[in-house]
Design a protein. Structure first.
Length: 264
């Protein structure tokens, strides 16, 4: 049974507690609470806290609730930010039930008492040092924050805090933000299919003065970090496979553009 089936069926239970458990319980409502009552606590004691289903559940819960927080950080939720959340849902090809839960989580994140730091720190603990998963999560939040074409001060502050709690340095965050901005610029251009040279360097996270060897190293590292099968094995929900696949396609396009420009 999938991670989602175990949640709604009450056979897995999401008994990690903490803010993520509370947020998911609030989003799914009374039916979820009833499902938990049918779980034998003895069955839960033997679960590895890093079990794949648990990490997948934490990723899903944190992604959409924190996205709601980011959208509201500047005081209002714009149509572009709503579209960004819906875009992630569409790429995940969520079922009607999952989509309803994602929207509810987004709404929970918008609430004034949403425990951002506690939720993010619990997500980091659940990931158990799976840095690639945390990076994918951060990239999605950056995508949402930049959905309306600009990063507002409160959004930037929230993103900076989230990155710090997840263990990313300011330099690493700046590199990820530049790559996401390049992605948005491509989408806004008349011919978004192929990145420009400037966008390609930003996507790979290297500057124009980098050596060929440095470009190749950056490409291999990014392809490894975003490899869909590796990410799913580490706990990325299967529904995110398409998102990861499109990311690797974008990285490959950027690398090919630089290769063609440099002639190597």
């Amino acid at each position: 049974m999938s991670w989602w089936g175990k949640i709604v069926g009450g056979t897995f239970g999401f008994m990690m507690g903490g803010p993520l458990g509370a947020v998911l319980g609030a989003a799914l409502g009374h039916q979820f609470d009833q499902g938990l009552k049918g779980v034998d606590e003895a069955e839960l004691e033997g679960l590895n806290p890093g079990a794949q289903e648990r990490v997948q559940t934490a990723f899903f819960t944190a992604t959409f609730s924190v996205m709601g927080y980011i959208a509201k950080a500047d005081g209002k939720v714009t149509p572009d930010e709503i579209a960004a959340a819906e875009g992630v849902m569409n790429e995940m090809q969520l079922t009607a039930q999952q989509r309803k839960a994602a929207i509810a989580l987004f709404q929970e994140g918008k609430s004034a008492d949403f425990p951002l730091r506690e939720a993010v720190e619990q997500f980091r603990q659940e990931c158990q040092r799976r840095r690639n998963l945390m990076q994918m999560f951060l990239e999605i939040q950056l995508f949402a924050a930049l959905a309306d074409g600009q990063m507002h001060a409160n959004e930037q502050r929230a993103i900076r805090d989230i990155a710090g709690w997840l263990g990313f340095t300011a330099a690493e965050l700046a590199q990820l933000q530049a790559a996401v901005q390049a992605h948005h610029q491509r989408g806004a251009s008349a011919q978004p299919k192929k990145p420009s040279i400037d966008q390609s360097y930003a996507i790979l996270g290297v500057d124009k003065g980098a050596s060929d060897a440095e470009v190749k190293k950056a490409y291999r590292r990014l392809m490894s970090q975003h490899h869909p099968d590796k990410l799913v094995a580490k706990g990325l929900p299967e529904e995110m496979m398409k998102v990861a696949t499109e990311k690797t396609h974008e990285i490959r396009q950027a690398y090919e553009a630089i290769k063609a420009a440099r002639g190597f």
